[in-house]
Design a protein around this ligand. Structure first.
Ligand SMILES: C[S@@+](CC[C@H](N)C(=O)[O-])C[C@H]1O[C@@H](n2cnc3c(N)ncnc32)[C@H](O)[C@@H]1O
Length: 283
């Protein structure tokens, strides 16, 4: 199976600085590329991933690093289960991993035939085929338009509702314009996993939990998630977050420079081409 190559990892390490003895929350464990690098640099790591398939990789790190590593097989929207004193920095490397996209049975890719599933976590109740079946034409058109920027979204929503695809190739073959195929798959994946809701609710928790001097870093892969992260970080750095707090008690943040992958990284790992690293430091 394809091994996931971590994206922008060196830049993440540079932004974090000296992490010896710090505790970092890696919200998106994946193949553990980030977690391993943090542990090697002397940090303690608490890692989240909602996908049960990553557990064997997490167990390997536990065997190597013992108590310095803890894995939580939950969605990162459950970050609020941690207590504020547990950690220093919080890192998100959003989207899906190479292992997920390249596994035909997961149904994420139009390059392989498989069940139209797309759930990152098998505890999610509705997969992509059921979503198409269960939602109204209007709701489906909204999903295609908002998350995939599909121009004739209502027309396509009607076609999908009429044919109810249950495999990736059935869905692919119903999409007339080849340029729409990747965005339609992306739109359904975002909806099935509530990706935008997950980011918003996690970042709202980060805002409450991040220690003074701590950093929150996010690697995003498409404009929608990047916009959410950018807007939330702008809010924090401009107004200090929670408008209910009196001015003197508002936490202050500094925006870190946005980083994009160098050409050499993109050549080595084409998945990196749309990545952006954004971050804030709590003062
Ligand atoms: C791009 S991969 C991370 C790769 C990782 N940084 C590495 O170096 O191996 C994203 C991972 O985040 C997980 N993920 C995405 N959304 C999540 C969420 N809301 N909660 C927990 N895990 C999530 C996915 O299951 C996937 O394994």
């Amino acid at each position: 199976m394809t091994k996931h190559i971590p994206v922008l990892l060196q830049d993440v390490l540079i932004e974090l600085g000296d992490i010896r003895s710090r505790t970092i929350v890696d919200c998106t464990f994946g193949a553990g590329g980030y977690s391993r690098a943090f542990l090697k640099s002397g940090a303690n790591v608490i890692a989240f991933d909602r996908d049960t398939n990553v557990i064997p990789d997490a167990e390997k790190l536990y065997q190597e690093y013992g108590d310095r590593f803890r894995f939580i097989n939950r969605a990162f929207s459950e970050l609020n289960q941690l207590s504020a004193t547990d950690f220093d920095d919080i890192v998100f490397d959003l989207g899906i991993s190479s292992m997920q996209i390249d596994n035909a049975n997961r149904g994420f890719s139009f390059r392989f035939d498989g069940p139209l599933d797309m759930r990152m976590d098998n505890r999610i109740k509705i997969n992509a085929a059921d979503l198409i079946k269960n939602v109204t034409v209007d709701k489906l058109a909204d999903i295609l338009y908002l998350y995939g920027d599909i121009k004739k979204s209502r027309l396509l929503a009607n076609i999908l509702k009429e044919h109810l695809p249950i495999t990736t190739f059935q869905l692919r073959d119903l999409i007339k314009n080849p340029k729409d195929i990747a965005p339609v798959f992306q739109a359904l994946r975002i909806a099935v996993n509530d990706e935008m809701g997950q980011i918003e609710s996690a970042l709202n928790t980060v805002h409450d939990l991040l220690r003074s001097g701590g950093r929150c870093l996010c690697v995003t892969f498409h404009s929608l998630e990047d916009r959410i992260v950018k807007n939330i970080f702008n809010q924090w750095t401009n107004v200090g977050g929670d408008p209910r707090l009196p001015e003197t008690e508002k936490p202050k943040y500094k925006m870190l420079k946005t980083v994009k992958p160098a050409d050499s990284e993109i050549q080595n790992n084409p998945r990196a081409r749309s990545a952006h690293l954004r971050g804030v430091a709590k003062l």
